[in-house]
Design a protein around this ligand. Structure first.
Ligand code: PEP
Ligand code: MG
Length: 318
């Protein structure tokens, strides 16, 4: 395994017919950067900033956040780093920011909803990211977007902060997570608002199928190979292409070898995953062709249930 890792590290994930796919890492802490690069990550597709906030006993200040993002930018060796704004609520709570009890926390007050309600939290984070963008290729990613109004509201805040901060990257890309079905369904409209999409299949699956991803009793229904989920993923990728914006997939599905050909066949050109899975996924891409992948995708889209789909993908992967 170590040998495979070393031999694959410096070669790009290119199909046998010449399509190169970018493999990025999901990270949560600065210590994750070195291993990510060691596994051949071409950048960070998802930096979950929750861990920075969880490790404190009060909200990190703008300067503390700036230092952290700057350090991450420097460690990235000039590779792109996608920083997602705070995604708390739902299952993630900060000890110093108690949230009111809710009947349905994953449908409640969380992520960008908190950011747009308590704007200082979002403003501080955006300012820190802007300042750090002078030190690397940073991108901003917004979690749990459900429609265009939220994006426009954040863009207004971002534009205001850009007037206050100096020395930032004026072209810093702004993207959104596509992890709520409404966002996927409106991918055509949202694509006009942002520079890139990042598909969060963990939440997209939970919300599309109405299955709590943390609830053991309904775990069997949690299934990213459900045709409904696959249609939303495929539509999102297609709309990103149609509008000429970037598209990444950063949910767990990106690291599932069963899904690699299918996603490549949909035209996905950026996968982001835990770094340890990169060599495995790269190896699959190196031994596959784009035309093979498109054939797999077309076949899967004719199927009406996940059991048949998974069975077919297992056959293909054998
Ligand atoms: C997702 O929902 O797929 C995702 C990548 O975000 P998180 O797992 O942090 O909710
Ligand atoms: Mg999510």
């Amino acid at each position: 395994k170590q040998r495979l890792l070393q031999s694959l590290k410096n070669i790009p994930a290119t199909t046998t017919d010449g399509i190169t796919i970018r493999l990025m890492a999901n990270i949560g802490r600065e210590e994750d950067m070195a291993p990510a690069l060691e596994h051949g990550a071409e950048g960070v597709g998802l930096l979950r900033t929750e861990l920075l906030f969880l490790g404190k006993d009060a909200f990190p200040t703008e300067d503390e956040q700036f230092e952290y993002y700057k350090w991450i930018a420097l460690l990235s060796k000039n590779k792109p780093v996608t920083i997602r704004t705070l995604d708390i609520g739902g299952d993630k709570q900060l000890p110093y920011f108690p949230l009111p009890e809710e009947q349905n926390p994953v449908l409640g007050y969380r992520a960008i909803r908190i950011g747009l309600d308590q704007k200082d939290i979002l403003r501080t984070q955006l300012r820190a990211i802007l300042r750090a963008s002078a030190f690397g290729r940073l991108r901003i990613l917004l979690p749990m977007i459900s429609g265009v109004q939220e994006v426009r509201a954040v863009k207004e805040i971002l534009a205001a902060e850009k007037k206050e901060v100096t020395g930032f990257d004026p072209h810093i890309p702004l993207g959104i997570m596509i992890e709520i079905p409404s966002a996927a369904i409106m991918a055509d409209l949202l694509a006009k608002e942002v520079d890139f999409f990042s598909i969060g299949t963990n939440d997209l699956c939970q919300y599309t199928l109405a299955v709590d991803r943390m609830n053991e009793r309904v775990k069997g229904l949690y299934d990213p190979y459900n045709p409904a989920v696959l249609r939303l993923i495929s539509y999102t990728i297609g709309q990103a292409h149609a509008h000429n914006i970037g598209v990444c997939l950063c949910g767990e599905l990106a690291s599932d070898p069963l899904a690699t050909l299918l996603l490549a066949g949909m035209g996905l050109e950026e996968f982001s995953m835990n770094a340890g899975s990169i060599p495995l996924i790269k190896n699959i891409i190196l031994h596959s062709s784009r035309s093979e992948a498109v054939a797999v995708f077309k076949k899967v889209m004719t199927m009406d249930n996940s059991r048949d789909i998974v069975h077919y993908l297992e056959e293909v992967n054998r």
